[in-house]
Ligand binder design. Sequence first.
Ligand code: NAP
Length: 494
Amino acid sequence: MSRDNLFLIGLSGAGKSTLGRLVAGRLGRTYADLDDVLEEWEGVSIPEIFREKGEDYFRRKETEVLRWAAGERRGIFSTGGGVVVREENIALMRESGRVIFLDRPIEHILRDIVVSGRPMLRGDKQNLIALREARLDLYRKAADVCLANDRGADAAAEMIMDWVRRWERTGGIHGGIHMEITREARLAALLGYPLGHSFSPAMQNAAFEAAGMNCIYLPVEVKAEDLGDVIRGMAKMNYLGCNVTIPHKVAVMEHLDEIAPAARTIGAVNAVVFKEGRAIGHNVDGLGFSRSLTEETGETAQGKTLFVLGAGGASRAICAVFAMEGARRIYICNRTEARADALAAYINGSIRNCCESVPWEPEAMTPALRDSDVLVNATSVGMYPRGDALCLDAGLLAAGAAGAVAAEARAPGSGPPGAGGPRRKLLVCDIVYNPVRTRLLEEAEKLGLRTLNGLAMLAGQGEASFELWTGTKPPEGIMRAALERIAAKPSGTV
Ligand code: NAP
C-alpha cells in the first residue's frame, strides 16, 4: 500500500479540521473530517452515539471509517482526538499515509474552543492537560512528524505543506526513508559484524526525518580486519559519525585519533564523531542508561545503591557512569564471579571506591538486594529467542523488594547512609529490549515495583549519539516512539 494519504491527529481543538481543509484546498487534494464521515454513516451525532451505544461501539465505527480512508489515495483526513487509543487505527494510518501530530498549546485550545458537547471535549483546563498527558506518547508513537501549532493557521499550514511536498518528492524511493537525500547529505552508520536485527537505523532516521535534516543512518557490516580502513575512509567522507557494536567496541579504539575521557575509563567506544578528518570516540551506553533513568523515573545515581547483574560490556559502561555520577554503592553480581571481581576492582581503582563484587548465590545476593534502590539486569538473560528466561529467581526479587519496602517505611532520617532518608520501592530495570517486557519486569510488576525497560536506554544512547553528531537534541520523544513501533512487531522480525 502506498503511503500517500495524510492524517492529522491531536487533541480536539488542535486545529486538525481547519488545517486539513486549508491544506487540502491549497494542494488541490480531497479532504474529509473522519468524525463527520462517521456521523453521516450513522445518521446521528457523535454525542448521541456515545450516549446511546457507548464508547466501544463508537471506537469500532471509528476504525471502520479509518479503514475506508486508508483505501483512498492522496486524501487528507482530520481524525477524532482519541483515534490513537486503538493500535489498529495507528497501523491503518501509518500503512496508508503520513501522520502529523498537531500539538497546540492548551491555552490556545481553550481560547478558541467552542464547547461542542462532544464526550471527549470539555473546555476545562485540568481535563485537557490530563488528556494531553495521557495521550502524548500515543500521538508521538503514531506520528511521522510532530508540529507545534502555536503560530496561527497559516504558519501551521505552511509547515504541513512543506512536509507533504517533501514526501511527494522523495516518497518511497529510499526504501522506507522519505527524506530528501542530496549531494550534501550527511551520513551516519552502525558498524558491527555480523549485524543481526538492529533498531538503530529506524530510530535515528525517524529523528533525522522529524528534525528535517538531510542525513541518513545505515547499518554497515564490517569485518574485524577491515575496521581500521573503514574508520579512516569514513573520516574522509561525508560521515557525521557512527555507532559501533559487537564485536568492535574495544578494537575500534586503536583506530581513533582521540578518545573522550569517559570512554577511555570505560575501556570501550560505541559512538564515533568525525570532525575535520579526525575520528573521536565516545561511550554513550552508560550515559544512555543514566539519562533514561532520570527522564523516565526522575531518579539520579547520586547517593543511590545499585545491584547490577552481569559484568559484560554493558554492565561495565553502566557501573562506570554510575560511579562517576556519585552512586553510594554498586553491587556487581555475575555468573562468572571472577569477571565481577575484576570489574569491581577496576572501577574502585580507576574511578571511585564504591563497588563490591557479590557471589552469584542467594545467601550473598539477598542482603545486597535488600540494601539496594535500583536493580539492573545487564546480562543477556531474557533476550529473544529465550524470552522466557529469568535472570533472577522470583523469590530473591521478592526478598529484595521486601527489604526496600521495609526501608521505605522507616522514619525520615533513619535510611541507609547517604540516602538522606527512607528509600522508595526497589526500581527494577532491564536493559534487554527484545522483548520489551521481559520476565524480570513482569515479576517486578507483580510485586508492585517500579520498572524501566531496555527501550528507554536504547533511546537514551541514540539521543546522546545524535547530539554528539549534530550538536542538537533530537525532537523530543521521536526516537522512543520509533522504537515502540518496531517493538510492537512480533519478536524476531526486526
Ligand atoms: P556481554 O558483554 O556479552 O555480557 C553478557 C553478560 O551476560 C555477562 O555478564 C554474562 O555472564 C551474562 N550472561 C550471559 N548468559 C548468561 C546466563 N545464562 N546466566 C547468567 N548470566 C549470563 O554483553 P553486553 O554487551 O554486556 O550486553 C548484555 C545485554 O545488554 C544484551 O542483551 C544486550 O542486548 C543488552 N544491551 C542493551 C542496550 C540498550 O541500549 N538497551 C545496550 C547494550 C546492551 P558471564 O560473564 O558469566 O558469561
